[in-house]
Design a binder for this molecule. Sequence first.
Ligand code: SF4
Length: 308
Amino acid sequence: MEFFNGKRYRTLDYEMKRLYGSKVVKLSVDGGFTCPNRVNGGGCIFCTEQGSSEFTGDHSGKRLSITQQLECQREIMSQKWQSDKYIAYFQSYTNTFAPVSVLKARYDEALATGVMGLAIATRPDCLGDDVLELLASYRCPLWVELGLQSITCHHKLNRGYPNEVYVDAAKRLRKHGIPFVTHVIFGLPWESREEMLSTVRFAAQNGTWGIKLHMLYIDRTAPLGALYQQEPFHVLTLEEYADLVTEAIAILPPNVVVHRVTGDGKRENLIAPQWSRNKRNVLNTIDKMMVQKGYVQGCKTDDTTANE
Ligand code: SF4
């Protein structure tokens, strides 16, 4: 069994050190975009006021430029991490939802601050060929992040695109040699445990380079917050969540990079689950359960999850 520098799964930190020789720090940035699903369709029901991104460098309300945000984030992160390698993470809303000339100007502004690469969160229905050509033209480390969340109850989530759109985007991203990360939510009240894991299988089958696993996070500023308060439903316990994460890691091929296994949100807006406040405890519980189950990433990979 392969271990990843002591961890039982391929963390982003492990992978960045392996590829670039030292720690790479992500700096979250609000690129000033919107989201077509919020503009035209009310948005995903879990989406918060900030477009599901509470920690960008522009939470000051001052409309900082991309350069200012990155400088500000770098200052904060340099107190936490000893590293001179940074990636600008365009996190808020849909960061390919603009004409290509605008996208290029904003990505170039970020790169001009000295970051070594870009991570771009977007929707699979906002990845036209012109956008992919632009992304593929960058010679720096770059990946795209796609909010798939669930393949079985995306209508209830108001995700706003069918699964086939993800499949098509994944195919075209692979064709252009652009790695992508898939976001998955565990704990949606309409799904069984097996259905939640089926989304992980689906992402692996479609050649995802990385995965972000999140617990369903009920924020009072999201439509889901109002729904939950009207009609509360079962929210995963920490043990149930850790069980799902460990099973997901077991079925993921060992080459998939596990970017996250826990979520973050604005503490003052959190309704549930309260245990998610203690991130360290969530991570420790997952690590301990991996050991108890005797799991390491990929130990349950089979024909339904293997990727090339
Ligand atoms: S795609 Fe992202 S930004 Fe748009 S509504 Fe959904 S979660 Fe919010």
